[in-house]
Design a protein around this ligand. Structure first.
Ligand code: TYD
Ligand code: MG
Length: 449
């Protein structure tokens, strides 16, 4: 009989530690360790090999052909579609639209006469049917199962032999025969492992939903990342309609693609023109507003950055970021003070990327700095100008990649001028390039003093 022992596992990174500590020694997150009972292995498992080593050139290759789901943005992210026998985890906060996306993909697959088993472990089949009606996906080959027990799910898979299996969500699936507690990290990982194995054996596509919660109450997809072939992250702000589907890991291709959706009354719709959507409500000639041409994945996207500078009544003035990096704003404020003479130490500074999107690339530094300078001076940046460049601690501007694609997109949306670092390559096209060596130079040129 295997003996059980108690151990603690981090919900964030999955590391196992023998005793409870307040902070995970591996990922430094606080309060993420949970106790779990595991079965002690009797003897080390032998490493199984499938035969003698073979020269790589002599291995027969079997081309893995992706099957398009018909949901174009999902297929774009998966580089053509879903690979038979593969497993994918899709993570995201509750309410972001994971169930909706997978139900649309499942319905679309079923419409192509591929059998789909949708395991709705969180909702009743009636609830899912209602949603399927709303999405217009009442395909004959789409089967629903409201079940949380792993053996029952596997039995249904054996019976139906679906081409695609959706598990919504893995956190609610449990194995009554497993020694660990229901909902524990071990349980979630073991169930996922069993499903991944089943997918490989039967050649079905397995899509697994994994919730991420900020308080770490449930096992995040992190612990599943190693088990599956693809990890997707569905992001966005619940109060905005825009949703971004990113690839975090993909064994069958690049992780550079980005899918864009809009949550509508009848499900998720593709967003063909993201820049147009972001800039639709822009008020020109407002102080503290600058548009930056970013590249997200392979897609150029124009995003408006806004800043507001007001007198502060606080001992430590407020620095607020939304969709931007707080560390980056702090750096920019320091450079503005020391290298451009714009001192706003005693002011509150609010900044945001409009549209609920996250802008993480350093190429947005210049636009954010100009937005702050514009807000501080009370002078607007001309509405036909975009700005792009990374700011160094000396106040110098550094070039960023893919400038041509960024400016082509800016030109398409009617922008005429671009403020760029001095050494930026010539982008060609119709946009007039305003080259500046430093942040101070850009501020002078735009008259933001
Ligand atoms: P859901 O897919 O249930 O999110 P998740 O599985 O990630 O928790 O979708 C949640 C939200 O989407 C919900 O608040 C309602 C909204 N929604 C729409 O706006 N339109 C729709 O057609 C559907 C199905 C959902
Ligand atoms: Mg859901």
């Amino acid at each position: 009989m295997p003996s059980t022992r108690s151990a603690y596992r981090c919900l964030n990174c999955g590391v196992e530690v023998p005793t409870w500590v307040g902070r995970c020694p591996a990922c430094s997150e606080w309060n993420t360790l949970v106790e779990e009972l595991t079965q002690r292995r009797q003897r080390p498992r032998s490493l199984r090999t499938a035969g003698p080593p073979v020269p790589v050139s002599e291995v027969t290759s079997c081309a893995l052909e992706p099957v398009p789901t018909g949901v174009a943005e999902l297929d774009r992210v998966m580089q053509g579609g879903l690979i038979p026998g593969s497993a994918t985890v899709i993570g995201g906060e509750p309410g972001i639209g994971k169930s909706t996306l997978l139900l649309q993909a499942a319905g679309s697959m079923a419409d192509q006469n591929r059998r789909v088993l949708f395991v709705c472990a969180e909702e009743s089949v009636q609830q899912v049917r209602l949603r399927a009606e709303r999405l217009g996906t009442l395909a004959a080959e789409l089967f629903l199962l409201s079940e949380t027990s792993l053996p029952e799910i596997l039995a249904a898979v054996g019976q139906l032999t679906p081409a695609m299996l959706v598990i919504d969500s893995i956190q609610t699936v449990h194995d009554p025969d497993s020694g660990s507690a229901a909902g524990s990290v071990t349980q979630v990982r073991d169930c996922a492992q069993r499903l991944v194995q089943q997918a490989k054996e039967s050649g079905m596509v397995c899509m697994i939903v994994g919730h991420v919660t900020k308080d770490g109450a449930l096992a995040g997809p992190r612990v599943l990342e190693h088990l599956v072939d693809t990890v997707l992250s569905f992001e966005g702000e619940r109060h905005h309609a825009l949703r971004l589907l990113r690839v975090i890991k993909h064994r069958f291709g690049s992780t550079q693609e980005l899918g864009l959706f809009e949550m509508t009354g009848s499900g998720l719709a593709a967003v063909p023109d993201a820049s147009g959507l972001f800039l639709a409500d822009r008020r020109e000639k407002t102080t503290g507003s600058v548009v930056v041409p970013t590249v997200q994945g392979h897609r150029p996207m124009l995003i408006e950055l806004q800043a507001l500078v007001t007198d502060s009544k606080l001992a430590t003035p407020r620095r607020s970021v939304h969709g931007l990096d707080g560390g980056r704003l702090a750096l920019i404020l320091a450079v503005l003070a020391e290298r451009a003479g714009i001192r706003i130490r005693d002011k509150d500074v609010y900044s945001l990327a409009v549209g609920g999107v996250k802008v993480a690339e350093p190429g947005a530094d210049l636009a954010l700095a100009l937005a702050v300078a514009s807000a501080a001076a009370g002078r607007a940046v001309p509405p036909d100008v975009v700005a792009c460049g990374e700011i160094g601690l000396g106040g110098e501007l550094r070039q960023v990649g893919q400038i041509e694609r960024r400016l082509t997109e800016a030109g398409r949306l009617g922008f005429c001028r671009a403020v760029l670092p001095r050494r930026a390559p010539d982008p060609g096209g119709s946009i007039e390039v305003l080259r500046v060596p430093s942040l101070a130079g850009a501020i002078e040129m735009l008259g933001l003093r």
